[in-house]
Design a protein around this ligand. Structure first.
Ligand code: NCD
Ligand code: ZN
Length: 354
């Protein structure tokens, strides 16, 4: 039996408020616990988006009554809310800035809209960028110019990881995360994921080339965190004429990474650093006392959507071999999950910024 610290997922789309048919605070935190995640940071691109005090309260009220694991909620950067979100920083996971195409309404196309956020948001509070390719280069320049640390979400391209590496060497305060789907899938896998429904392969950032995937593995020392970007949409939505981008990921991250450990592609310590030590530091998260995850290391099994807790009902990794079954999760002294069953009530989860 392998004992891990409670895992931290800094990038989760909870879907409540506004789209609870995809997921809500109850189902997402069940999926988290089943995946060994004891703290999740929730993204603000809900309906309505979380971008001021009233909408933050809306999300936190739902979380308070329904969450079964610990959490914090990001606020989103909008065109005219820099002072408002700065004042909410102590209650939020951090500020999320959508600088590239995404699902939802929060998006800052114009660079003049970035500046007030870089100036107003407290320097000690995390700023997370959805920024791809050249937009990412611009975000890193803002970080250097305004001397504000930034965390780059879901890095997927060789040009991105190489620039982050060079920026770190220059002393620019940039950190980053990589998602399991960008480590284990390339665009060549889209036909197999799609089963004739191209929408199933849609995710932002898009699945990249094998050369991009390889560059993430060869530059693993540049990757600070793993994050799921758990973005549940129902199969009906994925198979529709206008498929929303996004993959669920909370319940498949650990078995895929432990399989990679088994294959000698990374070490267990690499995993613990990126799913616990580094996100805890980058996002200023408190210690969770008496919290750990027990994994049956030797268990090999097939990943099946039908065994997942997420409400969305599918996974791009259907039929893949996973290694390591989460047997038990103890959260703040209480057994929260054991042998496939959730054992803590709705509302047990705590707001780590509360
Ligand atoms: C995310 C979603 O569905 O909310 N989708 C995705 O493909 N990652 C949006 C996002 O993170 O950009
Ligand atoms: Zn996301």
């Amino acid at each position: 039996m392998l004992k891990l610290p409670g895992l931290i997922d800094p990038h989760v789309h909870v879907r409540e408020p506004g789209a609870t048919h995809k997921e809500d605070w109850d189902t997402v935190t069940q999926a988290a616990l089943a995946g060994g995640v004891t703290t999740l940071l929730a993204m603000p691109n809900t309906k309505p988006p979380i971008f001021d005090e009233a909408t933050l309260t809306l999300a936190l009220d739902a979380a308070k009554t329904k969450a079964r694991c610990d959490y914090a909620q990001f606020v989103g950067a909008g065109p005219d809310n820099a002072d408002i979100v700065a004042s909410l920083a102590p209650q939020a996971a951090g500020l999320k800035m959508y600088l590239d195409s995404t699902f939802g309404e929060l998006r800052l196309d114009d660079m003049t809209l970035w500046t007030p956020h870089f100036q107003a948001f407290p320097k000690s509070a995390p700023m997370v960028m959805h920024s791809e390719s050249r937009t990412m280069a611009a975000a890193i320049l803002f970080s250097a110019v305004y001397d504000h640390p930034v965390h780059i979400a879901h890095v997927s391209l060789k040009e991105e990881i190489l620039l982050i590496k060079a920026a770190k060497e220059k002393g620019i305060k940039v950190t980053c995360e990589v998602c399991p789907h960008h480590l284990f899938l390339s665009k060549d896998d889209i036909p197999a994921i799609s089963h004739g429904h191209p929408g199933r392969g849609e995710v932002r950032p898009r699945l990249a080339t094998q050369a991009d995937v390889d560059s993430l593995w060869t530059n693993l020392e540049v990757v600070d965190c793993f994050a799921t970007d758990h973005a549940p949409h129902t199969l009906e939505e994925k198979d529709s004429d206008n498929p929303p981008p996004g993959f669920p990921g909370l319940e498949t991250m650990l078995p895929l990474l432990l399989k990679a450990v088994d294959d000698g592609r990374l070490t267990l310590d690499d995993v613990v650093q990126r799913l616990h030590t580094n996100p805890k530091r980058i996002f200023n998260l408190p210690e969770q006392p008496d919290t750990w995850v027990e994994v049956d290391e030797s268990a090999m099994y097939e990943i099946k959507a039908s065994e997942q807790f997420t409400r969305c009902g599918w996974t791009p990794f259907e039929g893949w071999k996973g290694r390591g079954k989460v047997r038990k999760v103890v959260l703040r002294g209480k057994t929260a999950f054991e042998d496939g069953k959730i054992l803590v009530e709705k509302g047990y989860g705590r707001n780590v910024r509360g």
